[in-house]
Design a protein around this ligand. Structure first.
Ligand SMILES: O=C(CO)[C@H](O)[C@H](O)COP(=O)(O)O
Ligand SMILES: [Fe+2]
Length: 229
């Protein structure tokens, strides 16, 4: 995703949508202006919740052949799911460094070899110092702005210094935020330097998804414009 100029990308999370209608919910988000879909995969181990895995992603991919899919892998063993998720049609495989801290580079290499982009995610309690040496191996850095595991939580404003540090040191890096991001919190994310925006309940629960997505985009684009000039 990294290019000469930063681009704003809005990636709704389907986590709190009606998952019995996953295809319809996903297509609606894309029709309303989403740039990509953020698919939250939880294993009940790394986080205390379960969602869905590669069989569901594969079914969704059959119905939606062309959209960009990110898998946010909240799992204890991300290496285990690289091949199945690649076969299922994931484009960006984002995993947490916390459970694999000694093997991050190997996992990144395997993801790249499979043909997917690499995302590295950090929980709120993980500092930049733990991530720093891996940044060059990633296409996207995901700074969690809630404790991973559930949608609809309160945005953690005190994660913004991590985003600021990343943007200051990596002007062209794709920096993603996820958790509690909506119309009330997007300005903080945009001003800190995030350009990839995951937003779940703020979009899903809205009666006008297209307007929310457009507004999130406008806020981010006006901050990016300052960086690109
Ligand atoms: O990774 C996640 C939770 O672990 C979700 O992507 C995130 O919570 C999005 O939902 P919301 O915008 O409602 O917080
Ligand atoms: Fe997520």
């Amino acid at each position: 995703m990294m290019e000469n100029k930063l681009k704003c990308r809005i990636g709704p999370s389907v986590l709190n949508s009606d998952l019995s209608q996953l295809y319809a919910e996903s297509q609606k988000l894309l029709d309303n202006g989403a740039d990509y879909l953020h698919l939250d995969v939880m294993d009940g181990n790394f986080v205390p919740n379960l969602t869905f895995g590669h069989p569901v992603v594969k079914c969704l991919r059959k119905k939606i052949p062309n959209a960009f899919f990110e898998a946010h892998m909240m799992v204890q063993n991300p290496e285990q799911w690289i091949e199945p998720m690649n076969n299922a049609g994931i484009n960006l495989y984002t995993f947490h460094i916390e459970p694999v801290i000694t093997d991050v580079i190997r996992v990144c290499r395997k993801i790249k070899e499979s043909g997917m982009k690499v995302g590295l995610a950090i929980k709120p309690g993980t500092g930049i110092e733990d991530l720093r040496c891996y940044i060059d191996h990633a296409d996207v850095i995901l700074v969690m702005t809630v404790e991973p595991g559930f949608g609809g939580q309160k945005f953690l404003q005190d994660m913004m210094p991590k985003v600021q540090w990343l943007r200051h040191n990596y002007p062209l890096l794709d920096i993603e935020v996820d958790g509690g991001v909506g119309l009330n919190t997007i300005t903080a994310c945009a001003e800190a330097g995030a350009n990839m925006i995951v937003s779940g309940t703020a979009i899903i629960d809205s009666i006008d998804q297209a307007a929310v997505i457009a507004s999130l985009r406008e806020t981010v684009e006006s901050s990016i414009h300052k960086c690109n000039v």
